[in-house]
Design a protein around this ligand. Structure first.
Ligand code: MN3
Length: 204
């Protein structure tokens, strides 16, 4: 078994004007595909590991042979992170969360605006390539975190329920070096229904 590129549930131009079609197509067909091809090639000689879900491997990198641990962390992480990222965006964003997720965000961060501001800060301050995340931490509460490169919160026993890619390839074509402008636009396409679904799954 090997990993394959997931189909998007929307067209490459569906997130415009916030995320442009050229960035989406390149990001999906080239960047994500390369992570998949690289991790598949590394896992090919290890069928016991290749048969597992990528999330399972990322949750316990220590059990992997030395020869493939870094490739799984970087390229397997890239595959898992991007697979989730496409689902965290939608042309039909309702703008803000509601229900139990909203209550949990307000309890943890004071208000939705305070959460959005703290999450954006984590994304802006991530030096170089990486991600900012909203996770369910091992204590079962919500936390904001950032990771470098393609490191997954799963490797730190945290369950990501929302994440934003702040590698330059995610925004440079349209926003050049203006990461803050990209982030401000990205909030318009967040798929809160998907975030809620993940919250409900992992918080119970
Ligand atoms: Mn990316």
């Amino acid at each position: 078994m090997s990993y394959t590129l997931p189909k998007l549930s929307y067209a490459y131009d569906a997130l415009e004007p916030y995320i442009d079609a050229a960035t989406m197509e390149l990001h999906h067909t080239k960047h994500h595909q390369t992570y998949i091809d690289t991790v598949n090639a590394a896992l090919a000689p290890y069928p016991d590991f290749a048969d597992k879900k990528i999330e399972t491997l990322l949750r316990d990198l220590d059990v992997l042979p030395d020869a493939i641990r870094t490739i799984v962390r970087n390229h397997g992480g890239g595959h898992a992170n991007h697979t989730a990222f496409w689902e965290w965006m939608t042309p039909f964003s309702r703008g803000e969360p509601s229900g139990q997720l909203r209550i949990a965000i307000e309890r943890q961060f004071g208000s939705f605006d305070a959460f959005r501001s703290a999450f954006s800060d984590a994304a802006k301050k991530q030096f170089g390539s990486g991600w900012a995340w909203l996770v369910i931490n091992p204590a079962g509460t919500l936390s904001i975190m950032a990771t470098a490169n393609q490191d997954s919160p799963l490797s730190q026993k945290c369950e990501p329920i929302l994440g934003v890619d702040v590698w330059e390839h995610a925004y440079y074509l349209h926003y050049q070096n203006r990461r803050a402008d990209y982030l401000a636009a990205w909030w318009h396409v967040v798929n809160w229904e998907r975030v809620t679904e993940l919250y409900n799954t992992h918080s119970s």
